[in-house]
Design a protein around this ligand. Structure first.
Ligand SMILES: [Zn+2]
Length: 490
């Protein structure tokens, strides 16, 4: 605990004031989510370039209103990063709050029950692209910072906010941004809210993420499409060869080929039981996906659905394209393309898996077609510590925000920056997500639970307090619990 009883009482009063402020202003904080989600900041589509700039400027204005300093829209080689900060007191820890303001494309639009970029309130939900991933979660932290700054005029920690405009395309320019501005950031800890809770009432801290390797596989044959009557049957067809190659990526029992499993290991039985207890059941997971039960040979046997999506690799075909000239066009396509999204299990290395896959493709390709593999983006898997002062601060904050201890969950998703911050820079990082499992991230009718957002904001307010509380001002760096935050590799 911090210093004297008097300081502790002052701190508790300041927290109370911030929590009351957050409660009073909750409707306006929700309006912010609606406003930001109304801007179609789809990072992967060139036609939304101007919208990306619009969203970044909106966010910058919002950060200034929250009382933050040093608000900048920083140009990168791609979409801008929005940054802000508060505080330079050496005796306080510096917290980096990361979020992303870009969103997934909304297509297919016909599957939405309301326009994706006209967020609609429906009962206890807001429906719109990006409301949950990640605009609502990012704004919960902005609301929390404002709740402190506009009540007691200070924060219990120094903060640096970094809002990425390229998370959904693999954050290609973020490492360079971090390198360039690292001396101004110098964080001791990182918090990211871009993950899920266990269920509507149970908060969760995510302790592992799968890696991701996005590839484009192109099979080419004739130099251009040719008449299927004149040539059909006489030459190797790119579309058929592509399908054969893709079919060969899994064994007949549904297990990915060994090339795709390089680097994986089987967890001890106790860890598997624990994961099964804290994660969703097979039925729960499939119900959320609104998918029928997978038949024999369609998924890797011997693992639960939760394990398959968190500690096992997956090779997902996310796109398949050939012969796009329409149904009346009878021609052998000149090429066929597949988009592969490999989700990598803890322990796997994206470049090792990519090289192995390439070896497999070269060995499998038949004469008459050419095979090319192009890497679109990649991020290694990450495992985070399940204890330490930052995790303890997050636990205590969740108890205050949700009235319940968080569970520790593994996630099948990927957040590229986590490997950069928690991996390469070894910063204690906590993934404290406020999204619900049925928020339909990346899918039509994405939604944000208003109650999760409000309780998430409370949790974010409390987290700043709890983190500051665990690091008293201390002249001796060896005895200061601040060094226990794991300030390594600076
Ligand atoms: Zn996200």
């Amino acid at each position: 605990m911090v210093g004297t009883g008097r300081t502790a009482a002052l701190n508790a009063a300041a927290l109370d004031a911030a929590l009351r402020y957050a409660h009073r202003h909750r409707a306006r904080f929700l309006d912010d989510v609606v406003a930001l989600a109304s801007i179609p900041s789809v990072s992967s589509r060139p036609e939304h370039r101007a919208d990306m700039g619009r969203a970044a400027r909106w966010l910058a204005r919002r950060l200034r209103r929250a009382g933050l300093n040093g608000v900048h829209v920083v140009a990168t080689g791609g979409h801008p990063v929005v940054t802000a900060g508060w505080g330079t007191r050496a005796e306080l820890p510096t917290l980096l709050i990361y979020g992303h303001y870009d969103v997934q494309p909304a297509e297919p639009l016909s599957s939405w029950t309301s326009p994706p970029f006209r967020p609609a309130r429906r009962g206890g939900l807001i429906v719109g692209r990006g409301v949950s991933d990640d605009k609502g979660q990012l704004l919960a932290h902005v609301a929390a910072v404002e709740s402190w700054l506009l009540t007691s005029g200070r924060l219990p920690v120094n903060v640096r906010l970094v809002f990425d405009g390229e998370e959904e395309i693999g954050s290609p320019h973020l490492p360079a941004f971090l390198d360039r501005y690292w001396s101004r950031l110098q964080p001791d800890a990182v918090v990211i809210s871009d993950t899920r809770m266990r269920d509507a009432d149970t908060p969760a801290l995510t302790i592992s993420l799968r890696g991701s390797l996005n590839l484009e596989l192109v099979v080419t044959g004739p130099a251009a499409p040719v008449h299927s009557g004149t040539y059909g049957g006489a030459l190797a067809e790119p579309a058929r060869e592509l399908c054969r190659i893709i079919a060969g990526l899994h064994g007949s029992d549904g297990t990915p080929i060994p090339h795709l499993r390089l680097g994986t290991s089987t967890a001890p039985a106790a860890a598997r039981r624990a994961a099964t207890r804290s994660g969703p059941s097979d039925v729960e997971l499939l119900t959320l996906a609104r998918a029928p039960r997978p038949g024999r040979g369609t998924v890797e046997p011997g693992w639960s659905a939760h394990e398959r999506t968190t500690v096992r690799p997956a090779c997902v075909v996310t796109g398949l394209y050939a012969g796009d000239a329409g149904p009346g066009h009878h021609a052998v396509p000149g090429s066929a393309t597949a988009r592969l999204n490999l989700r990598l299990a803890p322990g796997q290395d994206p470049s090792v898996v990519e090289a192995a896959l390439w070896r497999y493709l070269r060995a499998t390709a038949r004469a008459g077609v050419r095979v090319a593999l192009r890497r679109l983006s990649s991020a290694p898997p990450v495992e985070l510590p399940a204890s330490g002062p930052v995790v303890e601060a997050a636990r205590a904050a969740c108890c205050r925000g949700f009235g319940r201890e968080p569970v520790l969950l593994r996630s099948g998703g990927t957040i590229p920056v986590v490997s950069e911050l928690a991996g390469r820079r070894e910063l204690p990082t906590v993934l404290m997500g406020f999204a619900l499992p049925d928020d339909r991230m990346h899918a039509p009718d994405e939604r944000l639970s208003i109650s999760s957002f409000t309780r998430g904001t409370r949790t974010a307010v409390a987290f700043l307090h709890e983190l500051g509380d665990r690091v008293p001002g201390c002249a001796d760096p060896w005895r200061c619990p601040g060094s226990a935050l794991g300030r390594r590799g600076r």
